[in-house]
Design a protein around this ligand. Structure first.
Ligand code: SF4
Ligand code: SF4
Length: 317
């Protein structure tokens, strides 16, 4: 069971009798609070199959400022505040309990949160065809993305290569949903080997390391690299973003024409690479990044074609 699942179970009160918890928040004494913490901890440790770590976790929780503060002020707090602080304490308790079991349970939870980015150390996986370029895609510089570690939306400062994800679930394509197995486990990328949900610092350090780019993978194909540079230049996210900004600020319809022109150019490049360079459709998301026709949805619009084959942007709001 993953840390996230334990936290969710704990929060849904399936660990503790919810009416008992309600009584605790409404009229429980400090002594009741301490007893309930111990009870919740026993249940969490049982879920993680580490019941014998009780003494270790109890001594750690006693050192936590959140626990000490709650223990000292419990009887002065309003029920709503008690509930809020109790939930925060339970989350911390799950983390502490989990940290006493510092090895991967292979639950697949991290593989369901999205796929890994590739680093220089992963180059040999592609050179030896353990991962094919049909199984990866490019996030181009400037692309609007969600930064997982920081949890914010923003524009990508530099190019990234990632393993493809299932379009519906966002699971990494190598995850076998039925049994949480990774089909390339013995040759999984560096990020997956470093991933340790009980110790997020390891992944945070990797986050700042240099990533693999198309230039590293296509190093022997200079003409193709030049073509990709031309695509980057003509279909840049910077241009797309500035056209959208101009439209929002001024309402100038010409800005929409600029957006559509960038989208058309992206389609022309894709068609050229496929038909003239005879590259497989499945390689395009690596060679040129994902189609801009799809990515404009990040700006709250979608593209529609009318009966005369003319493209229009339609607001999704
Ligand atoms: S590292 Fe990933 S697979 Fe391993 S226990 Fe944590 S969430 Fe599960
Ligand atoms: S490559 Fe394997 S370990 Fe890495 S995210 Fe995908 S399924 Fe998980």
């Amino acid at each position: 069971m993953s840390i996230k699942e334990v936290i969710m179970m704990q929060q849904s009160s399936s660990f503790s009798d919810s009416s008992k918890l309600q009584d605790l928040f409404e009229s429980g004494t400090r002594k009741d609070f301490v007893a309930e913490v111990r009870q919740a901890m026993r249940q969490i440790l049982a879920k993680l199959q580490v019941e014998d770590h009780y003494e270790q976790v109890i001594s750690e929780i006693k050192r936590e400022p959140g626990y000490r503060d709650l223990n000292n002020t419990w009887e002065k707090l309003e029920p709503a505040v008690r509930r809020q602080k109790w939930q925060e304490l339970m989350e911390r308790l799950v983390q502490l309990a989990y940290a006493t079991r510092p090895y991967c349970l292979r639950c697949g939870e991290c593989c369901r949160q999205g796929s890994p980015s590739l680093h220089h150390e992963d180059l040999e996986l592609l050179d030896h065809d353990l991962i094919s370029i049909r199984q990866i895609y490019t996030l181009r510089q400037g692309e609007p993305v969600k930064f997982n570690i920081e949890g914010r939306l923003g524009f990508l400062p530099g190019e990234l290569i990632k393993i493809k994800e299932d379009p519906e679930s966002r699971n990494c394509i190598f995850l076998v949903r039925e049994n949480n197995n990774c089909t390339i486990y013995h040759h999984r990328p560096l990020q997956c080997r470093v991933q340790a949900c009980w110790d997020p610092e390891k992944l945070e350090k990797l986050y700042h390391q240099k990533k693999l780019t198309r230039r590293h993978l296509l190093r022997e194909d200079q003409p193709l690299l030049e073509l990709l540079e031309a695509h980057n230049e003509r279909c840049s996210f910077e241009k797309l973003d500035s056209a959208f900004k101009k439209f929002h600020e001024t309402g100038d319809e010409k800005a929409i024409d600029q957006v559509l022109d960038i989208l058309r150019q992206d389609m022309v490049f894709r068609d050229f690479v496929k038909t003239k360079l005879d590259r497989d459709e499945e390689e395009l998301d690596f060679l040129l990044g994902r189609p801009l026709m799809e990515l404009v949805r990040a700006y709250g619009v979608r593209v529609e074609k009318d009966e005369n084959n003319v493209y229009h942007l339609v607001s999704e709001q």
